[in-house]
Design a protein around this ligand. Structure first.
Ligand code: ADP
Ligand code: MG
Length: 316
């Protein structure tokens, strides 16, 4: 099977590669042609996953396909974008039909969840790595940025934190026994919060997705907005699965500093909270915005002292 046969069989023929009103031309030419709706701006983001760094090698290719697209699509959610399409640059050590079929199915499943069309890519032979570029649209000027938070606003998250970090020791094969399914699922099938992100347009003052861990990403939001963030550890939601799988202190570390959550972090004026909740969005207040800089963590009420780690840094 050569490169072109591979592209045809596993990607061009996939349901997620069909064109639609916004994808004028998909896989097969030198470029894809996208047509955002009138008055919309195009949002673009790229994520690379390298075997042995961002995911264990070997791993289940179906889950890898899901995860690769989910982590990229989470950036569209973070800015309130409506998904349009994505490209996939794939570097593979060999063309294994079973691996490719399973990977493409996982990718297609997440593409369907996110309503994203595969519009092109690149296929090369080399060490396993995946680069996904996602594209979305928002009304001009409506995209959510990290830089809009103001003193007096609430600091919120869109779901429980720490589940993916809680799964990590099982994902990496460092722990015996079965990983609790809810944690496993959060690592391999994080669900980009696209509907929440879209609902936050015109409501949240700043937003981003949590990929490096709550504390580290609060630091990024605080810096971009030029504000101080007060974080109440006791208000940070943790799932029943995390609480029952791990000791108390480890579950705090996962929720506060663990990465791979892909849950939205945002700020908003207090009076806007109810309207979001009435629409059915799960929103958790975890702190507030003050003037100043940096992030201050208030330890949980029981006096437990957390030892927050920094977020993950390449080249550190
Ligand atoms: P070029 O040499 O002009 O860059 P390629 O031969 O790399 O084009 O790719 C041929 C077509 O297949 C292009 O439309 C490209 O976007 C698409 N393509 C290549 N690899 C992938 C992939 N992994 N997934 C989806 N589309 C791909
Ligand atoms: Mg070309």
């Amino acid at each position: 099977m050569d490169e072109f046969e591979l592209i045809r069989r596993y990607f061009a023929a996939a349901a997620c590669a069909h064109t639609n009103a916004n994808v004028v031309l998909g896989i097969g030419d030198d470029c894809a042609i996208l047509a955002p709706d009138p008055g919309q701006q195009l949002l673009v983001s790229t994520d690379t996953l390298v075997a042995g760094c961002h995911f264990p090698d070997p791993c289940d290719p179906y889950l890898l396909g899901q995860r690769a697209l989910a982590v990229a699509a989470s950036d569209l959610a973070a800015m309130g974008a409506e998904p349009l399409g994505f490209t996939l640059a794939l570097s593979l050590p060999k063309a294994d039909p079973a691996w490719l079929a399973s990977f493409a199915r996982g990718l297609g499943a997440m593409a369907a969840c996110c309503d994203l069309r595969l519009v092109g890519g690149d296929t090369t032979c080399g060490a396993l790595s995946l680069t996904v570029t996602v594209m979305g649209q928002t009304q001009a000027g409506q995209a959510l940025l990290r830089s809009g938070a103001h003193p007096g606003e609430l600091l919120c998250v869109g779901g429980c934190l720490g589940d993916a970090a809680g799964a990590l020791s099982w994902v990496l094969g460092e722990q015996d026994g079965d990983c609790p399914p809810a944690l496993w699922q959060h690592y391999w099938q994080p669900m980009p919060q696209l509907a929440l992100g879209q609902a936050l347009r015109g409501v949240a003052s700043a937003a981003m997705d949590i990929s490096d861990g709550l504390l580290a990403d609060c630091g990024h939001l605080s810096q971009a907005s030029g504000v101080n963030l007060q974080l109440q550890a006791a208000w940070v939601p943790r799932s029943p699965a995390l609480l029952s799988a791990l000791p108390e202190e480890t579950s705090w570390e996962c929720a506060l500093s663990g990465g791979d959550d892909y849950v939205l972090l945002f700020t908003l004026p207090p009076e806007r909270l109810v309207s979001l909740q009435v629409q059915g969005h799960r929103v958790y207040v975890v702190g507030w915005v003050q003037s100043g800089e940096g992030v201050q963590l208030h330890a949980p009420a029981d006096g437990l002292i957390c030892s927050p780690r920094e977020g993950y840094l390449h080249f550190a």
